[in-house]
Ligand binder design. Structure first.
Ligand SMILES: CC(=O)SCCNC(=O)CCNC(=O)[C@H](O)C(C)(C)COP(=O)(O)OP(=O)(O)OC[C@H]1O[C@@H](n2cnc3c(N)ncnc32)[C@H](O)[C@@H]1OP(=O)(O)O
Length: 270
């Protein structure tokens, strides 16, 4: 049986990529690993914080940059936890049945709420594609929580932790300037609507805002759909040098990965 490691931390680190004043934001962070086929990476949630009163309209607009009238891609918030767990489990563990599927979701949920610290100076965020979450559907309470009636249809994690990138130098330092994508999943009934493309585009702009010059990922060699998706978005397969011991996502040993990378055009940073 697979186990999913969980961890907890609540930090007051401000969201640097958001236009919300840092004092208005705090983070819940978590870490987890995929049991098979997909790379492991933690998820981070941001939550509107304790400033009294309702959000100003300009803050709301910054928080919810509409990608289309129906589908919005944004950073995950606390109220998205269940939707993220559900999307993750229904995508990567579709054959689990009750009670295992339910326990797995609870496990993921607890993991997300728990959080997990990331190395100092690193960034990580979970992006969600939400359907039916227009401003009309979102109610704010005291500027802290929103009642989000949107439906999480897709997820993606992007970070600068570089756990799965080759270390550099004799001191084996973490690589900087390269963002890493993982945990990409779109619910089955919402596939082929461009959701994954939008999540990737948002991850790229997030990476640029972190000052990254490239973005990388591992993709299962036997996942032609995902490979086509990434190639279509400009990712190239990188040949790992013969004999090199590059880190790989911690999954089943049978799974072979393509390491894929894309250079980011930093002049279009947003
Ligand atoms: C780094 C990682 O996380 S790797 C793990 C990737 N995740 C998975 O494999 C989980 C299971 N699969 C999924 O969740 C989805 O099928 C995803 C994430 C791979 C694709 O999500 P979607 O939202 O359906 O992709 P989207 O609609 O944006 O399609 C983008 C491109 O991917 C390719 N693609 C997507 N689905 C298919 C398909 N069924 N057959 C062939 N090509 C496909 C196409 O090139 C498509 O571009 P096009 O529509 O212009 O032809």
């Amino acid at each position: 049986m697979w186990t999913i490691p969980l961890g907890i931390s609540v930090s007051s680190t401000p969201i640097t990529s958001s236009k919300i004043p840092p004092s208005n934001v705090f983070h819940l962070k978590k870490s987890s690993s995929f049991p098979s086929g997909v790379s492991s990476a933690p998820i981070e949630f941001s939550l509107l914080s304790s400033q009294p009163g309702f959000c100003r309209a300009s803050q709301v607009v910054d928080l919810f940059p509409a990608v289309s009238p129906e589908i919005m891609v944004r950073e995950a918030r606390i109220e998205d936890c269940w939707g993220v767990a559900e999307t993750h489990c229904s995508t990567f563990f579709p054959h689990y049945s009750f009670p295992l599927d339910f326990m797995l979701r609870i496990n993921r949920l607890v993991g997300m709420l728990a959080g997990f610290s990331i190395p100092s100076g690193c960034k990580r965020t979970c992006l969600v594609a939400v359907i039916g979450n227009s401003l009309d559907d979102t109610f704010f309470f005291d500027g802290k929580f929103s009642l989000n009636r949107g439906y999480v249809a897709g997820i993606l994690t992007v970070d600068t932790v570089a756990d799965f990138l080759p270390r550099k130098g004799p001191l084996r330092e973490r690589r900087t300037g390269i963002a890493y994508i993982s945990n990409v999943a779109v619910r089955e009934k919402f596939r082929r609507r461009g959701i994954a493309k939008r999540l990737i585009a948002k991850a790229e702009s997030q990476a640029r805002s972190w000052g990254c010059r490239a973005i990388a990922l591992h993709c299962d060699l036997n996942n032609p759909v995902a490979t086509k998706l990434y190639q279509g978005q400009g990712f190239k397969c990188i040949k790992v040098p013969e004999g090199a011991n590059w880190p790989q996502p911690k999954t089943s040993p049978d799974i072979k990965f393509n390491f894929m990378m894309k250079l980011l055009n930093t002049s279009t940073a947003s």
